[in-house]
Design a protein around this ligand. Structure first.
Ligand SMILES: Nc1nc2c(c(=O)[nH]1)N[C@H]1C(S)=C(S)[C@@H](COP(=O)(O)O)O[C@H]1N2
Ligand SMILES: [Mo]
Length: 312
């Protein structure tokens, strides 16, 4: 296995944000969404560019709020397998080799299949989805993800009528990851089938126009923007369709604090702190937290008739 000493800097880290934004404007104007603008990437060897850049199209589901900087998105992380302080994943996740990589999609499906990561990258058109992300700890970011709806992947394997939930299991290698039993590894998460098929639910393969940095869950992660960040499992290796609600890592670790649904809900406090406000990384003031993280119009109907204080 390829062992890197530390996380490699992204080409974008040496690209001024202004240029990136210029490139995004270019992408929007070009309609087709193909990334050209080689001038923006000058100085990089051609192979490096080909290896990390992704061709994306903009999405109508993106927020227009200002983006969190790439630096903050890649240095202030939760990825407990690589350590529990926010700076540890950026330091340690470089040990993980995001290629070769396969994702097994199995369980209650007509056509179980293992997807090679390079096939996943070509499975559906890649979109740039700029989402608000809210961590249960009270901070938030605005992240330009690159990916496609999880529904596109699930369609490929033909879910059976008996499939009610989707379980996500992530990579765990004690040789390169924490051996402390902080959580019951591997990190597991789950969604109800209708949540998994919702058009906002993204299988993310990149951010800021390039493949995912390791600390953000390379090579493939889940992104569920109306739920607390811990639902968005990183470095996924297995996706399993099940009839019964899967166990999840945080729910097993502290069931009274972290539920299965974990919808962002300012009116349901965490047992040890309020969830009514948040701090956007890069800002000093606190802002009010919105129900379903601001995505209520799109997702509140999924929970009609449910007591969200009970199903937190
Ligand atoms: N495998 C794994 N996935 C994970 C975590 C983790 O510790 N391990 N942390 C979660 C939490 S709590 C958050 S807030 C987000 C953070 O994602 P980011 O670092 O890309 O912002 O990842 C989630 N996915
Ligand atoms: Mo989180």
């Amino acid at each position: 296995m390829l062992i890197q000493k530390s996380a490699q800097p992204l080409p974008s880290e040496i690209t001024p944000r202004r240029l990136f934004e210029g490139r995004r404007a270019f992408i929007a104007r070009s309609g087709a969404g193909l990334i050209a603008g080689t001038a923006l990437w000058h100085g990089l060897p051609g192979d490096a560019r080909a290896a990390t850049r992704l061709d994306t199209r903009p999405s109508a589901l993106s927020t227009t709020e200002p983006l969190t900087t790439l630096k903050a998105i890649t240095t202030y992380n939760n990825f407990y397998e690589f350590g529990t302080d926010k700076s540890a994943p950026a330091r340690n996740a470089g040990r993980m080799a995001p290629r070769p990589w396969t994702v097994a999609v199995e369980g209650l499906v007509g056509k179980p299949r293992r997807f090679d990561i390079d096939d996943l990258l070509k499975l559906a058109p890649l979109e740039e989805r700029i989402y608000r992300m809210r961590c249960v700890e009270g901070w938030s970011m605005v992240i330009p993800w690159v990916g496609f709806p999880l529904a596109a992947l699930l369609r490929e394997v033909e879910p059976l009528g008996s499939a009610k939930y989707v379980e996500f299991l992530t990579h765990y290698d004690p040789e390169i990851m924490s051996r402390r039993p902080v959580l019951d590894w591997p990190y597991g998460e789950g969604l109800r089938m209708d949540e998994a098929l919702h058009p906002l639910t993204l299988l993310a393969l990149g951010l800021y126009g390039e493949v995912l940095p390791n600390q953000n869950g390379a090579p493939v992660r889940l992104v569920v923007p109306w739920k607390y960040g811990f639902k968005s499992a990183k470095s996924i290796v297995t996706i399993r369709l099940t009839e019964t609600q899967p166990a999840t890592a945080w729910n097993r670790a502290a069931p009274q604090e972290y539920g299965f649904y974990a919808n962002v809900n300012p009116s349901v406090p965490h047992p040890r702190w309020s969830q009514s406000t948040e701090r956007r990384i890069g800002e000093l003031r606190k802002r009010p937290t919105l129900p379903f993280n601001g995505y209520a119009d799109a997702v509140a109907s999924l929970y009609q008739g449910m007591d969200l204080k009970k199903f937190y």
